[in-house]
Design a protein around this ligand. Structure first.
Ligand code: NAP
Length: 275
């Protein structure tokens, strides 16, 4: 990659940030289509978040991604927040338009694009989300809008109840799932917990209850134990690589207003995961 005086800067603010796969994905895309941009990782300690956001303006960055633990806290430091990101309550993409910083959330739409590229149609379907954290909230916003019904199961009941109450404002079709084994009733099941990230993690639920034809998604970007078991039971198993890819594609489009080479980005992600 050739850096010149004209190179536009993007990147990611996180703490920690060293495990991010996004620099490989974005830089491969910039290079492929000859865009004079680069994407860098920035370790931003929580105490420095406000200064880091100011630096987007001061150093004339085109924009950045925001990751754990800053997605919610960053919002107060921005000039504007897109309506959907405001509803979700988290921002993962900031765009600098002439010094005006606007926040967006591309995680949920990224997940929906991943479903559609796998041929999954959510209209009139009953969907279950396991987990009630930030990712569940972003995904749940779009699922409640587009699916028939949405049910949420959470380890901490109060957190799940709050998410159900908030998401139900979108279309009035969201309910709390009290027993995780109810997953057997749903067309689509989404694991939005970190269970499966580590080798020895337990499965989020007993896969024996799954039935052939159910769609089981994990937003963790590798083939988790849950997805292996779901495939064995004849379910369609979708991992989180597509969500990671498409949230990146949408951020890329917001910064550059160009169409990125999606397959180059996908291959860069796969290569980074293998490393
Ligand atoms: P988060 O805000 O910390 O929420 C995690 C949720 O999972 C919480 O509801 C938590 O329950 C639940 N949970 C955690 N450990 C659990 C366990 N041992 N048993 C049952 N439930 C458990 O995290 P997040 O930002 O939503 O992220 C969740 C996962 O999604 C992470 O693994 C992250 O890597 C992945 N992710 C992927 C993408 C992608 O692009 N593919 C994007 C964003 C996130 P409590 O409510 O009880 O705390």
């Amino acid at each position: 990659m050739r850096i010149s005086g004209r190179t536009k800067i993007t990147g990611i603010f996180g703490y920690p940030v060293e495990h991010t796969l996004s620099p490989g994905m974005h830089n491969a895309a910039f290079e492929k289509i000859g865009l004079d941009y680069c994407y860098l990782p920035f370790l931003v300690r929580p105490d420095y978040l406000e200064d880091a956001v100011k630096s987007i303006r001061a150093l004339n960055f085109s924009g950045v991604n925001i990751t754990i633990p800053h997605k919610e806290k960053v919002m107060v430091f921005l000039d504007e927040v897109d309506e959907e990101a405001a509803f979700i309550g988290a921002v993962n993409t900031v765009v600098n338009s002439g010094g005006i910083l606007k926040g967006y959330n591309t995680d949920g739409r990224g997940f929906m694009r991943s479903l559609s590229e796998n041929g999954v149609e959510v209209k009139n379907k009953d969907v279950a989300i396991i987990g009630a954290g930030g990712a569940a909230r972003a995904i749940g916003y779009y699922l409640s809008r587009d699916a028939g019904t949405l049910s949420v199961y959470g380890r901490t009941k109060e957190r799940a109840e709050t998410l159900v109450r908030d998401l139900d404002k979108v279309k009035g079709n969201v309910a709390l799932m009290r027993d995780i084994l109810e997953v057997q009733k749903f067309h689509i099941i989404v694991n939005a917990t970190p269970l499966g990230l580590k080798e020895n993690d337990p499965l989020p639920f007993d896969p024996e209850v799954l039935k052939p034809g159910q769609i089981v998604c994990d937003i963790i970007y590798k083939k988790t134990g849950l997805l292996h078991e779901a495939s064995k039971k004849g379910c369609v198993a979708i991992d989180g690589l597509g969500m990671l890819l498409w949230q990146g594609v949408l951020s890329f489009e917001l910064w550059t207003r160009e169409k990125p080479p999606v397959e180059v980005m996908r291959n860069a992600l796969k290569a980074a995961i293998k490393e």
